[in-house]
Design a binder for this molecule. Sequence first.
Ligand SMILES: Nc1ncnc2c1ncn2[C@@H]1O[C@H](COP(=O)(O)OP(=O)(O)OP(=O)(O)O)[C@@H](O)[C@H]1O
Ligand SMILES: [Mg+2]
Length: 238
Amino acid sequence: MTQGELLYSGKAKTIYLSDKPDELIVSFRDDITAFDGGKKDRLEGKGASNADVSAFLFQLLEKGGVPTHFIKMEDPITMRVKRLSMIPLEVIVRNRAAGSIVRRYPFIEGHIFEKPIIAIDYKDDTRNDPMVNDEIIIALGLMTQEEIQTVRAEALRINEILKSFFESIGIDLIDFKVEFGRYNDRILLGDEISMDSMRLWEKGTHTSLDKDVYRFGKGDVMESYRAVTGRITGSGKL
Ligand SMILES: Nc1ncnc2c1ncn2[C@@H]1O[C@H](COP(=O)(O)OP(=O)(O)OP(=O)(O)O)[C@@H](O)[C@H]1O
Ligand SMILES: [Mg+2]
């Protein structure tokens, strides 16, 4: 692997140029943060867990017909991806109420939505990632109405694939966040899908198997991340 110049270092991943202009190298670090960086730690093996799960789920989605940026793993924490021009939006799909939607609106935690709910936030930490609607997305020049429709449909397709996969391993998929980017004329799924970006509960319970374990001190974070990673990658579903 040829790892080039550092392009961006975020809260949990570092992005490097590669030996090819249209490919990047993503390194999943052991850093974990919550509450907009208010809580920070380094947990050995966290990067590898999230990389493993992301790689697995990207491949599962590709098999289901969802185009992603995933190319291959270079080593346990290093992913080669297509270089996208990221659309600075977080597309959040919710099957059940938890997290910010319970704080902001009168939903009871665990409430099952009749249909999955999509909410889109503008990625800007200095503005606390404000929620946007289609008109705001268009006014900001981020996507056309047509592209918004494509992304919404893609998010729901991703949800169907992930939900039934997690069901098969005894886990309820409560919600997740994805990011998309442009690659030539197409919009592809980028970034990561991991315990940092999904809310997962042990089937039929409210027991967290994701970053909420870290956020709210619900137990041994790495024990939980390792156990979930094993259930996902050992599922035999790829
Ligand atoms: N295929 C890709 N091509 C280009 N950039 C990407 C790709 N996949 C993910 N990214 C971007 O790389 C960065 C990943 O780093 P990380 O997730 O650690 O950042 P972060 O601290 O969460 O900050 P951010 O708010 O920018 O996501 C993100 O900005 C993400 O949008
Ligand atoms: Mg990020």
